[in-house]
Design a protein around this ligand. Structure first.
Ligand code: PEP
Ligand code: MG
Length: 556
């Protein structure tokens, strides 16, 4: 028996026979054509067919999942129709005289590499989408596709091993044939992973290059909860996994039963559990997860992946859609946190040697107030349709907070003059995510209505470790006493001034810290929708009074 370890998607057990996915990108025909017009018309036909397939897939996914999951196929069609992409293929056909298949492959490879080299994780994940659209176009160019060959080779329940996977492969998977996926690479937030989660197909990503050709056809089992792959499992392991399978399904049923319940500890301490979102397409998941509100809308994602600023109207429509869907529950919109790892060419930022400590967040907004004013106008207008709070990121001083509040007050005065309705009850809060803000949180608390602790950046700046640096990742520790002590200090200072305080960094969904946060008196935890019920369960099982002393002894 061989055991491989990676990152699991979902909590499932699956048994099958190992099938090694031969890559469609092997053996791409490469030759100089004779008839230019023929190649161009082959390209047009293949593009049209790929677009049609994506449309079909969009409808199918919409039926089984929802808009959020189907959206990927809209994105793929946008990419296929993208002028730069098509021109790049045509230029290889026309100027280099290569055949259509090779031109599609070469142009896609260029775009794939370009996305892979982007710093932003969301954009880097789009590299898989480029591979996916290339795959679907090639499918229509090849007389006999590798895909068809593959399906015909699978004759029993298979666990498919692949370097990486296209979302379309997962979406098209015949569940009678495929019972799981194992990827040597991949990311747990890729669209292939999202679709696997939706279709309830177990997946383990990032197992490395450990699958040998001789494993093909062997029995294999996946425990996606543990991120483990067992090749040729022995009888005891099979029995152990069968038991675990039952445990997992009981656990899923139990979590679903928590929907509609209050987040209250055994000794009566209540906490709000909110969702983090990047765009309005994630609202289906938020509502499914039974979140009490939205604790962090990273609004900068509205500004990314485009060539110009979103105007007031476009932003207003998005904010309005979100607050309306939340039906009176709180929606905390963080103003533009652009810069560092998140930026676009049209912002025309200067080159920086240390962007995480550079021109970012409210520094940009205070320097170019017209950008913030447009956003605040849109947010205030949307406040007329629900319960909105405004939150400013990357604060380091009282002076900044006062300047930002002055801009917000001017926006409100202007809207009044223009007879544009907005709510008078919009809270103004700040992210506490720099050591400076943490240490003067007593002063800052008197300026605002709430704090939300951004533990991702707070850890980065407290420990002096770049959160983007994979080499330094082993030292990046959000459980560090210095970080936990700061969190306690921030919560105490907030409460002394009578304002509420939440946590919206990744550790808000870390079960091993829930007791500590409750003991510190946090009022809200904001996290990805998929983690909400898991944390609700932890809250319901906690007795703050019983664990408090032990936890504080550990931290102080
Ligand atoms: C944080 O820093 O913890 C946070 C929530 O903001 P972001 O991850 O977007 O920087
Ligand atoms: Mg941050």
């Amino acid at each position: 028996m061989v055991i491989l370890k990676g990152k699991g998607i979902g909590e499932n057990i699956s048994f099958g026979t190992l099938f090694i996915n031969k890559k469609i990108f092997d053996n791409i025909p490469k030759y100089f054509y004779e008839n230019l017009e023929l190649e161009k018309s082959r390209l047009e036909k293949a593009l049209d067919s790929a677009i049609k397939e994506n449309l079909d897939m969009y409808k199918k996914t919409l039926e089984i999942g929802g808009k959020a999951d189907a959206e990927i196929f809209e994105v793929h069609n946008m990419m296929i129709k993208d002028n730069d992409y098509k021109l790049s293929i045509l230029s290889i056909i026309e100027n280099e005289k290569y055949n259509c298949e090779y031109a599609v492959y070469k142009a896609s490879k260029k775009f794939h590499e370009m996305f892979l080299n982007l710093e932003d994780e969301y954009m880097r994940n789009r590299a898989a989408d480029v591979k996916d659209i290339c795959f679907s176009i090639l499918k229509y160019l090849k007389s006999e596709t590798d895909e068809k060959k593959k399906e015909s080779q699978i004759d029993s329940k298979a666990i498919v091993f692949s370097d990486d996977l296209m979302p379309s492969e997962v979406s098209n998977a015949d569940k009678n044939l495929i019972s799981g996926y194992v990827l040597s690479g991949g990311s747990d937030c890729s669209h292939a992973a999202i679709l696997a989660r939706l279709s309830n197909i177990p997946m383990v990503v990032g197992v490395g290059d450990h699958i040998k050709p001789e494993y093909e056809g062997m029995d294999v089992a996946i425990d996606s909860g543990e991120g483990k792959v067992y090749i040729s499992p022995d009888t005891d392991t099979v029995k152990m996994l069968q038991k675990k399978e039952k445990l997992y399904s009981k656990k899923h049923e139990a979590l679903d039963n928590l929907k509609g319940k209050e987040n209250i500890t055994l000794d009566g301490y209540k906490v709000n559990i909110y969702a983090n979102i990047n765009n309005d397409h994630q609202m289906d998941e938020v509502l499914k997860s039974d979140a009490d509100g939205i604790g962090l809308f990273r609004s900068e994602f509205l500004y990314l992946n485009r060539n110009s600023y979103p105007d007031e109207e476009e932003q207003f429509e998005t904010y309005k859609k979100i607050v309306e869907r939340m039906g009176g529950n709180k929606v905390v919109i963080r103003t533009l946190d652009i810069g560092s790892d998140k930026s676009e060419k049209y912002f025309e930022f200067p080159e920086e040697t240390n962007p995480a400590m550079g021109y970012r967040g409210v520094r940009v907004c205070l320097d170019r107030p017209e950008i913030l004013i447009t956003q605040l106008r849109a947010i205030y207008r949307a406040s007329n349709y629900g319960n909105i709070s405004i939150m400013f990121p990357m604060i380091i001083s009282e002076k900044e907070v006062k300047a930002l509040k002055d801009i917000a007050a001017k926006v409100r005065r202007d809207l009044k003059k223009e007879n544009i309705p907005f709510s008078e009850n919009v809270e103004i809060g700040i992210m506490v995510e720099t050591p400076a803000a943490a240490l003067i949180s007593d002063i800052l608390a008197s300026e605002v209505d709430f704090f939300s602790i951004g533990t991702n950046d707070l850890t980065q700046y407290t420990l002096a470790i770049d959160r983007q640096n994979s080499k330094a990742n082993q030292f990046f520790d959000s459980h560090h006493k210095a970080v936990l002590r700061m969190i306690k200090l921030i919560i105490d200072n907030a409460h002394k001034q009578g304002i509420w305080v939440g946590i919206c960094g990744e550790i808000a969904s870390d079960e091993s810290l829930t007791e500590a946060f409750l003991a510190m008196g946090v009022d809200e935890l904001s996290m990805p929708s998929s983690c909400i019920l898991k944390i609700r369960k932890k809250v319901l099982e906690t007795n703050v009074g019983k664990v408090k002393n032990k936890i504080f002894k550990k931290i102080f």
